[in-house]
Write a protein that binds this ligand. Sequence first.
Ligand SMILES: [Zn+2]
Length: 152
Amino acid sequence: MPDVHSPEQRKKNMSAISSKDTKPEIFIRNELHKRGYRYRKNAKDLPGKPDIVLPKYKAVIFVNGCFWHKHECHLFRLPSTRTEWWAKKLEATRLRDKSNIEVLNLDGWKVLVIWECAIKGKYKRGTADLFDSITYWISEGQDNLEITHTLY
Ligand SMILES: [Zn+2]
């Protein structure tokens, strides 16, 4: 959970928005690579610039931070300062994510969203369990899937 109280911290947070290759992303990529999957990352030519693209499976994966993508979970809380501004901004991101997924589906891609809370925090899933779900979805999944801390 970002602390947005000091200007210094806010600057740091703002730079985090555009940062690629966050820790959860790197974790997921490394584990997929170990399991033999080959992918493109941060595909700029696809809506929402998916973090991981598996062309062979017509599958894209977003690894979403729960704060930045407004996930309704224990990791999300609106900042106590500039609350209105954050509420608007994060809701806009949520809606944009939704429409990006719709466009990807129309173009024939299936979409997996892995939420930060599935791999971080006290409710996180075990790694083996998590990657069983991911790899099963990659090869067999017909529809979109979201993996969160509540999906066991
Ligand atoms: Zn979450």
